[in-house]
Design a protein around this ligand. Structure first.
Ligand SMILES: Cc1cc2nc3c(=O)[nH]c(=O)nc-3n(C[C@H](O)[C@H](O)[C@H](O)COP(=O)(O)OP(=O)(O)OC[C@H]3O[C@@H](n4cnc5c(N)ncnc54)[C@H](O)[C@@H]3O)c2cc1C
Ligand code: SF4
Length: 338
């Protein structure tokens, strides 16, 4: 492992100062360490200084003025999923977190860290292979390699040849996208908020950047809006084994129903793109419509519009469509039968 120094600040301002004062500008925050330490062991991440944020006062869940819930960045994934308010008002989020990782990992992993976990592309971890995300301009081992777990949406670059086809691996972020959560951030210029839809980015011509956080900023909390879709929701995660695996395709659904008519709909996909995938047009196709398989299929076709496979992962296009139809049925509690 690359040598590094270590700081343990007690407040947000000192944490920001510790991050920016590091002379080689390679300092990193560390929270649960469940992703960062793995990457350091593989020499993919080589921070010169670790700024341990576990002592900052960011480990509470509180009500917001707007009737929502504020999840502190340092609340663990487990404490979030088992929080009474989250279970009652945002069961989609609770279910989604519990579909990710293992109990041991969820006890360490934090809400803030989960937003930043890096992709699971084999070539990204293997320093002997080219990777535009690890080393911009070096190429992409996955494009013509074994790309079974890779992206089918949002891979375009300006040269029409994708530079990165990695997917964002988080489960929690798929639910946060469906719930239209807002990320609260503090930097040298004060506080700002970033809607989940704008937090993660598509690779485009700069695949080295996963998100829109500035290098001198810290995530302090995630705000959930008042609407939690508690009555009709589901998270369907399809993976190679029932426990302890990242999603090949996942679907987060939140619905509001008036009888069997859909009055509001949220639909987000995981495992298919560099960010949780939503398309307002697909959701609009459901609103005002009855809960039928035909309507679910139309929404699925719309959400997958423009999908492109790269060989090993082409099966994901059909898998995702079927998963959407099934998830909508489960959320409306009328699972369609084939
Ligand atoms: C074997 C294994 C299986 C897993 N399976 C799944 C799965 O199925 N689904 C899933 O969703 N996840 C899965 N995970 C990933 C796990 O959820 C993440 O590793 C975890 O959420 C990261 O949180 P952390 O607090 O440990 O982050 P850390 O490892 O501490 O940090 C990760 C990154 O976030 C940055 N960071 C952390 N907090 C902040 C902050 N507040 N502000 C700014 N930057 C910050 C750090 O600098 C670092 O770059 C798995 C992990 C492992 C090891
Ligand atoms: S898909 Fe992205 S992360 Fe994987 S090798 Fe290509 S550039 Fe690197």
């Amino acid at each position: 492992m690359h040598p590094f120094s270590y700081a343990r600040p007690q407040d947000v301002k000192t944490a920001l100062d510790e991050l920016t004062a590091e002379p080689t500008h390679t300092a990193k925050f560390i929270a649960g360490g469940t992703n960062l330490i793995d990457l350091m062991k593989e020499n993919v991440e080589r921070p010169g200084r670790l700024v341990d944020i576990n002592w900052l006062p960011l480990a509470t869940i509180t009500d917001t003025e707007g009737g929502g819930l504020r999840l502190g960045a340092l609340v663990t994934n487990a404490d979030t999923a088992y929080n009474e308010q989250v279970i009652a008002r945002y069961p989609l989020l609770s279910q989604t977190i519990l579909a990710g990782a293992s109990p041991q990992l969820r006890n360490m992993a934090t809400n803030g860290g989960n937003l930043f976990q890096r992709n699971r592309c084999f070539y990204f971890y293997d320093r002997a292979t080219p990777c535009n995300k690890r080393q911009p301009g070096s190429g992409c081992g996955a494009l013509n390699g074994y790309n079974r777990i890779h992206a089918i949406l949002g891979t375009e670059s300006s040269a029409n040849s994708p530079q990165c086809i990695a997917t964002h691996p988080s489960d929690m972020c798929v639910a946060l996208a469906a719930l239209e959560a807002v990320v609260r951030v503090t930097g040298p210029n004060g506080e700002r908020t970033i809607p989940m839809a704008d937090f993660h980015r598509l690779p485009g011509d700069e695949p080295q950047y996963d998100n829109t956080l500035q290098p001198d900023e810290l995530v302090t909390a995630i705000d959930l809006p008042a609407k939690g879709f508690p009555d009709y929701h589901t998270y369907l995660k399809l993976r190679d084994r029932a426990s302890y695996a990242f999603a090949l395709v996942s679907v987060a659904v939140g619905l509001e129903l008036d009888g069997d008519t859909i009055t509001d709909a949220r639909l987000a996909l995981g495992g298919v793109a560099h960010k949780p995938w939503r398309r307002p047009e697909a959701e609009a196709l459901l609103i005002g419509k009855p809960t039928t398989k035909e309507n679910y299929s139309r929404a699925a076709e719309s959400l997958l519009e423009g999908a492109q496979g790269f060989g090993h992962n082409t099966f994901k296009i059909e898998l995702a469509k079927r998963a959407i139809v099934r998830a909508l049925g489960i959320a409306a509690r009328q699972e369609p039968t084939e």
